[in-house]
Design a protein around this ligand. Sequence first.
Ligand code: ZN
Length: 653
Amino acid sequence: MKSLWNDQEAAGYKSELAQRVYTSRLLGRDKSLVLHGGGNTSVKATTRNLIGENEEILYVKGSGWDLEFIEEAGFSPVRMAHLLKLAKLEALNDPQMVNELVTNMTRASAPAPSVETILHALLPHKFVDHTHADAVLAVTNTANGEKRIAEIYGDQVVIIPYIMPGFDLARLCAELFPKHAGANTIGMVLLKHGIFSFGANARESYERMITLVDLAERYLDKQHAWSLKHADVKTPAASIAEVALLRSEISRVAGFPMVMASQRDARTAAFIARKDIATISQQGPVTPDHVIRTKRLPMPGRNVDVYAGAYRDYFAQHNAKSKEPKAILDAAPRLVLDKSIGMCTLGRSMKDAYIVADLYMHTMDVIERATLLGGFIALPAQDIFDVEYWDLEQAKLKKTGKPLMFAGEVALVTGAASGIGKACVDSLLARGAAVVGLDLHANMHKRPDFLGVRCDVTSATDITAALEAAVRTFGGLDMLVLNAGIFPGGTAISKLDDAQWRDVMKVNVDANLTLLRSCHPLLKLAPRGGRVTVIGSKNVPAPGHGAGAYSASKAALTQLARVAALEWGTDNIRVNTLHPDAVFDTGLWTAEVLTARAAHYGLSVEQYKQRNVLKTEVSSRDVAELAAELCGPLFAKTTGAQVPVDGGNERVI
Ligand code: ZN
């Protein structure tokens, strides 16, 4: 492990707090030190308050902040004097501790201070750094971890036996640290938890962390427990139907839908193929920040091995910006290791699922290295239970709000790169769904809950590939928005040739049949029932001159949707159709076309756009919002319906 300190960069951070920000970010950049809001840092500084008194303040990382991206605002300023008094108490339960920390800050808008705040206050050094370094965990989580740590560090660190984070841990450190610290002490190792370093300035504290972790890495290397060799595993991959079934079953156990990411790279495949996987995957977490609840997942009808562990999603709960309730106490796993599916991670959002995946990638390293050292030992079972049920977590659970309408669900939209399709993607994302966008053209969003797939919907091969990607990325399919279509421009029937007719039918009808047929087995597995929204056209109830092929194609599609509604009712799949009209904010309607059409009717562009009963403009967004709502609970009892979105059309009414 190498120090990332850079004099030039560091010079840009002037104050002590700014220096604290800089080295905290350096720690955050190395994922083998801290992950997703894990770890914490602090600095003690004297500041002058409003009434002119000097106060000693502990600036400690606040919850909801990630060290890699932390700013000065991410540090909670807590009065040192009060913290030191608290540390002298015999006992302090977690809700009391949280209350004392929050009510003794000097900035009301600051985030809640870390649960390890009192511990930071007790260490008699200006700068304190704390990580859950993989290398240190690989050493401490073994049978003779304590002996090994003593061997690696000698009198450079004080060793603290494992105890759950919180007031009791701070008390234990307060007792043991002064007793064992000497002139050479530059850190403190918390067995099965992590490591602290400290120093007089930001650089010293940071570089001591690097030095200490580097020593652990070198030790592992010397014991041939550092570089991991992975066998090449060739197990046939499960079908997407099996993947979707697994996600459906787990959502059923949870009582709400969850998205499921799956990955089957060489590294995870090798881990899952280990002979001792049943043992090592069932032992528990490597540190209290990575808690997994382990249990066998009963999967009737599946003949693959399933080892399941539920991560208590510690970090996501600390994310103040998250509105998601973390239903940590349900029985459903958040992690599944399956030989033919790979490593599957689940959550109410893709962000949560990816956090679990990141944590477990590091967990695998720690477990394999500890195994090479002679045997991995996780936290004691009682402590895992304690961490899951501890007061602090309960308090946080109460604070979380209502989930978004489509949290944990997956939608697929065709023609997703522009117009109504693009708007549908946005409306579904805004309601918490993970969205797969199919389009001929390159796709638009770069976010964990969006997957853009280049796809020609008239190609069955392209559709198969798109569904493969969708299910392996998000775990299944709950909603389908059939939007892609072409409007070839006005051609009278007397001039309409077979080729144009067939082209329109191919995209507007045939492709949608292929999509419906291919998505049906997946929609059947949707935990809340499948939903299909078809984008039809006003031309179905009120066809226009010159739109023979288009009107006929949309009418055929509408009829197909009605039959699907009939046939799929017993599969709990709802199918509804929207008939938009005069949606001018799409690529079809350039300024020139608009001006020409308006002139044709002797109207201004403005008048032309509002040529309907309500004298209103219809936007892509209007259509998309209704398309999304049709999939939501308001329409839970509606299927086979056709709803106009046209501002009112006299020929339709
Ligand atoms: Zn910690």
